[in-house]
Design a protein around this ligand. Structure first.
Ligand code: HGY
Ligand code: MN
Ligand code: MN
Length: 409
């Protein structure tokens, strides 16, 4: 009989211990291939060893905890340990901790299954440091594009240099890839990051698909000028143009009545000063939808309206699309197995799509994927107020254990 309460309490303690590893004392800052990533990876490795797993680390810093089975096949269980700036403690880490606690359930009993278990702690899901994300899960999936090694962070450090400084060898990235006959399936447990499970009073959900994403980097070139001397009608204000884009994104997304969401969460004004008319402004637009056709339609209309406003404002404009990630379906058979595991714990599984992106999108190129959502308070995420209760986390770990016990891979 699983001690669900104890599992939840252990998960909560581990979440808070891991959550204390940050580059800043008063908010969570933990990005890819940084000293904080190193410290978090060392803690995960310590927990994996204590759970009697064989621990290794690949060339992109993914920590892997292995429990052997009777065949070469492996069930991969993972999530990420990097965080958004000033994010919450649960987004990512809970999926790794749930995997460790579930694998420990079998390893501690010396119980071998028909397949092995690999718990994976990825370090690059949030994409905070580098412009393109999911590099570590792509390496595991065998889809890592070596051109990414040249992309640079805000300090001009290339991914290649960051890997070397982290103590790894970029030439070994290829070796990180799982072969398809070993990787039988990938499962990820993650907080919902939305309000549905709480609204329906259900602790767990079964994910049907991960929404597709388009990212547009929009840069306006106007004319820097003196805030006090240039008459309004003679200005070419790049930030005023950017402000129009923010409201345009909101208006066009609202018009889709929920089909598409669009967000501008990052604006850069390289020479920002209160008394200077901004001459150069860059922003990133995050566009998501469960329908790839709707998302592409939105992007086309959005781009043409941005061009029109740039012309009207006599602003130089460059639009670079840095992401076009298709919607990723979760495997139907694995969804049903996940639903069975939820039912066996007394729950009624709620099926829902994920508006948030996950490493599962990368891993789906390697093998069938499944995701389980856990209720989070108020649906709040990417926010220090993010919270999942120990009881709900215990119910989730127990469901993951049942999923593993009954998995037919
Ligand atoms: O952006 C996302 O959906 C994820 O949190 N990286
Ligand atoms: Mn996130
Ligand atoms: Mn996440």
């Amino acid at each position: 009989m699983l001690d669900v309460k104890a599992l939840g309490e252990r998960a909560d303690t581990m979440i808070r211990t891991l959550g204390s590893i940050s580059a800043e004392p008063n908010r969570l800052v933990r990005s890819f291939l940084t000293p904080e990533h190193r410290a978090a990876a060392d803690l995960i490795a310590k927990w994996m060893r204590a759970a009697k797993l064989d621990v290794s680390e690949d060339a992109l810093g993914t920590v892997r905890g292995h429990w052997p089975g009777y065949s070469e096949k492996r069930l991969l269980i993972g999530s990420h340990i990097d965080a958004v700036i000033e994010g919450g403690l649960f987004d990512g880490p809970f999926g790794v901790i749930a995997g460790i606690l579930a694998a420990e359930h079998f390893a501690a009993a010396g119980r071998k299954l028909a397949f092995g278990l690999d718990v994976l702690a990825f370090g690059d899901e949030e994409g905070v440091r580098f412009p393109k994300t999911l590099s570590s899960s792509m390496a595991c999936a065998g889809t890592f594009d070596s051109a990414r090694l040249e992309m640079t962070d805000r300090d001009g450090v290339t991914l290649r240099d960051a890997i070397v400084r982290y103590g790894k060898d970029p030439a070994q990235i290829v070796a990180a890839a799982y072969s398809r006959d070993v990787a039988a399936a990938y499962v990820e447990v993650h907080i919902e990051q939305g309000p549905v499970l709480e609204y329906k009073s259900q602790p767990l959900g079964v994910v049907t698909a991960i929404a597709g994403q388009s990212y547009l980097n929009v840069e306006f070139l106007g004319e820097a000028g003196h805030a006090g001397t240039v008459p309004m009608m003679l200005r070419r204000d790049a930030l005023a143009g950017a402000a129009e884009v923010v409201l345009l994104a909101e208006r066009l997304a609202r018009e889709t009545k929920g089909e598409v969401v669009a967000t501008v969460g990052l604006i850069r004004i390289p020479a920002a000063a209160a008394n200077v008319i901004p001459g150069n402004v860059a922003l990133i637009v995050d566009i998501r939808s469960g329908s790839d056709a709707e998302r592409h339609r939105f992007v086309d209309r959005f781009k043409s309206e941005i061009r029109a406003l740039a012309d009207r404002r006599e602003l130089g404009l460059t639009i670079t699309q840095t992401r076009d990630v298709p919607t990723t379906p979760c495997d139907p058979a694995l969804q049903e197995a996940m639903a069975e595991a939820v039912r066996a714990g007394g729950g009624e599984p709620l099926y829902l799509a994920s508006g948030a992106g996950h490493d599962g999108t990368a891993m789906a190129k390697l093998c069938p994927i499944a995701m389980m959502f856990v209720r989070c308070r108020g649906g709040i995420s990417h926010n220090p107020a993010e919270y999942a209760s120990p009881d709900d986390m215990g119910i989730a770990v127990a469901a993951l254990i049942r999923f593993i016990e009954n998995a037919k891979l």
